[in-house]
Write a protein of this length. Structure first.
Length: 300
């Protein structure tokens, strides 16, 4: 099977789902640029990626590398029937206990549950059997979609990045005043609520792995490039609006994001609610930094 033929059949599956290439990449948990290069013939799809593509498209994975892209019942690609050569069956259970199809497909469900378990237990304490139990499926199914721990870790980091980017976009949509937008971004990055603390626990665990994994390390660089770029853009806009001083936006963004990370780490390492080291103190310190270093003086 030629590489371009596989790419053409994957394109069929994507078109049949009716979603954009970027959304499809999110559902199979890979970098959109990797999907683009594979579709253009510059990169080969991995076996695990083809498995996830088949799962999302509801097609036989053999059809992606065999004679035709069809569902097991002979229907066109994109139908919802289960892949004939798809993941191994889940442990038997009664129809009453069978869960509904996971939102976004099995690969996303696996990644979401992995992230939840990491937040609760830490990366090294999470076993594949734990993830399978949380997904009501078998360990063989987990390995079918993500053959190794490194691949699952990379997918978890990418999902966290995408979710973080989405939350920031939703929270700042429609903001016109750069000062308000920057303060909103600070609120989002402050571990004030239990959910935010869990999210930060996941980040700290995953970034610790980034120091030992080249693939995750690259994601770390990409994520911080985007995050600092967002902050720098807001600072530049604030300077144009007269809300901020005329400063080096990139340097200011580097200082502010580093301050956020350092303070958040101290908050998480301290007993919740302890005076002077809680999230409120962190938030006050960050806003004071913005006022002192960025906010333009007003005429008296």
């Amino acid at each position: 099977m030629q590489q371009n033929e596989v790419a053409a059949r994957v394109r069929q599956v994507i078109d049949a789902t009716g979603v954009s290439d970027r959304e499809f990449a999110r559902r199979i948990v890979i970098d959109p640029s990797k999907l683009s290069r594979s579709l253009n013939g510059a990169r080969r799809f991995t076996v695990a990626e083809l498995a996830r593509i088949a799962d999302i498209g509801g097609v036989d994975v053999g059809g992606l590398i065999g004679p035709a892209v069809k569902s097991p019942n002979g229907a066109p690609a994109g139908t919802t029937s289960a892949p004939a050569s798809g993941p191994p069956p889940s442990p038997s259970r009664s129809p009453m206990s069978a869960p509904a199809a996971p939102e976004g497909g099995r690969p996303l469900q696996i990644v979401r549950e992995t992230v939840r378990l990491i937040a609760e237990r830490g990366f090294h304490a999470v076993r594949v059997a734990d993830i399978a139990a949380a997904c009501h499926t078998s360990t063989a199914t987990i390995h079918y979609h993500f053959p190794g721990r490194d691949e699952l870790l990379e997918a978890a980091v990418r999902w966290c990045m995408d979710e973080d980017t989405r939350r920031r976009a939703d929270a700042t949509a429609g903001s016109r005043h750069a000062g308000d937008e920057l303060r909103r971004l600070i609120e989002l990055q402050t571990p004030r609520t239990e959910q935010q603390r869990r999210q930060w626990c996941v980040w700290l665990d995953l970034w610790a792995q980034a120091a030992r994994s080249t693939a995750v390390g690259r994601l770390h660089v990409e994520y911080y490039r985007q995050w600092r770029g967002t902050v720098a853009d807001v600072i530049r806009r604030g300077a144009e609006q007269g809300a901020f001083r005329a400063v080096d936006a990139d340097a200011a963004a580097l200082a502010l994001t580093a301050l956020i990370d350092g303070l958040a780490t101290q908050v998480l390492a301290t007993e919740p609610g302890r005076p002077g080291t809680d999230a409120r103190a962190m938030h006050d310190t960050l806003t004071a930094h913005v006022d002192a270093c960025l906010t333009a003086p007003t005429d008296s």
